[in-house]
Design a protein around this ligand. Structure first.
Ligand SMILES: Cc1cc2nc3c(=O)[nH]c(=O)nc-3n(C[C@H](O)[C@H](O)[C@H](O)COP(=O)(O)OP(=O)(O)OC[C@H]3O[C@@H](n4cnc5c(N)ncnc54)[C@H](O)[C@@H]3O)c2cc1C
Length: 361
């Protein structure tokens, strides 16, 4: 597999990017050497495997042929910029600072010209942004913050931390190019720079992007329109008299909107479970549970939610819990004071209708 390690030398964390990529490539070389002795000579030069790198993550690779692209500032010293590279072969691209658009555009051109299978980025916000934007631009696939990878000739599986580090998940990437950014655990603090004991870097290409614009001080507008929005607040959920919470059982965004409208007709506050917000069916500030708010409502009506512990923590202080669920074995049914077995959205709409009927006037 051909890899291009990309370092944004214009960013303040360039040394950390370089060290992480160096650790990764050393681990990859070690793995390939162990399994097939197939690392192609002269591309990745580093004799020793850092034991620290092996503790941080695993790289399984049949073959890994890598070179480095360093984005350097327009006035940066070329030799100094190149020493960031963890490989001998270096492409140097001069670019004004903060021009991620130019960086991504250039990487997309490399891909279009038959570039590498794998674009590899360092940890942190730079790597996450470049990997995500490049995959979007090229139609490739992306995973950020990887701990371990298994590189095959046509696909990659990667392990990364998810749910705030509570779980490790494995992802399979197949769409080319593969765009991967590393977890910060790959930063090898024992290496002085990305190069370790490498020979002098060989800059085999050097291009300059955006110099004319920079000279003319033409700064393309990053933000063209600004609208001030009131800061979101979840205090209505915390202090609600009656709170309706809808879960994934509402089915889709339309179901959530129907439930929210019914809650409003009842004069109740409206919250959701985390998957509902993660699906983009409701704003994140509506989440009830350990990732959101904990309510002490007088009555909490939960529709289409299973009652997972991370959610239940958010409602357990409510004085009365009513659950509406199709499954009479769902945990929420035994957690609730009152359970209704039925369709969540239909039941809440019926409750709203009854509440409107009873309202004086
Ligand atoms: C670190 C961490 C933090 C988390 N924090 C939160 C958090 O703050 N809040 C949170 O909610 N989750 C949180 N979660 C996720 C949590 O573990 C559960 O995955 C989540 O609460 C499940 O959401 P749900 O009940 O909407 O979906 P599901 O578990 O899929 O349950 C859907 C329920 O709807 C029922 N149903 C299906 N169709 C209908 C219908 N037509 N009518 C009525 N019922 C129906 C099903 O029987 C089922 O019981 C967290 C997880 C982790 C790992």
């Amino acid at each position: 597999m051909r890899a291009l390690a990309v370092i944004d030398g214009t960013a303040s964390d360039a040394p950390q990017q370089a060290r992480a990529l160096a650790s990764f490539l050393r681990a990859g070389e070690h793995s390939a050497g162990e399994r097939s002795r197939a690392v192609r000579g002269g591309v990745v030069h580093s004799a020793a495997v850092h034991s620290a790198a092996v503790h941080r993550g695993r790289v399984q690779a049949e073959t890994l042929e890598a070179e480095t692209l360093v984005f350097a500032g327009l006035a940066a010293d070329r030799e100094e910029a190149a020493t960031l590279a963890p490989t001998s072969a270096v492409r140097l691209v001069r670019v004004p600072a903060w021009r991620r658009d130019l960086q991504v555009g250039y990487l997309a051109e490399i891909h279009a010209a038959g570039g590498p299978d794998l674009f590899l980025f360092g940890p942190g916000r730079v790597g996450v942004e470049l990997a995500g934007r490049l995959s979007r631009r090229t139609g490739g696939s992306v995973v950020s913050g990887v701990l371990d990878v298994d590189l095959q000739s046509d696909h990659l599986t990667a392990r990364k931390a998810v749910y705030s580090g509570y779980l490790r998940a494995r992802f399979a990437l197949t769409g080319a190019p593969l765009c991967v950014s590393l977890d910060a655990a790959w930063i090898d603090a024992t290496a002085a720079s990305g190069r370790g004991e490498l020979d002098r870097p060989r800059i085999f290409s050097e291009v300059v992007l955006g110099a004319a614009e920079a000279a003319a001080e033409v700064v393309p507008p990053v933000v063209s329109d600004v609208e001030m929005l009131a800061a979101a607040s979840a205090s209505d959920l915390v202090n609600a008299d009656v709170l309706v919470v809808a879960g994934r059982g509402a089915g889709n965004r339309a179901g959530i909107e129907r439930a929210a409208a019914a809650a409003q007709r009842m004069g109740a506050a409206f919250g959701v479970t985390r998957p509902v917000a993660m699906n983009g069916w409701a704003p994140m500030d509506r989440i009830v549970g350990v990732s959101g708010v904990r309510t002490a409502a007088r009555a909490c009506i939960v529709i289409g939610a299973s009652g997972a512990p991370a959610f239940y923590w958010g409602i357990e202080r409510a004085q009365l819990i009513v659950a509406v669920n199709l499954d009479d074995r769902a945990p929420i049914v035994s957690q609730a004071d009152v359970a209704i077995i039925g369709d969540g959205v239909s039941v809440i709409e019926e409750l709203a209708r009854l509440a409107e009927q009873r309202r004086p006037g």
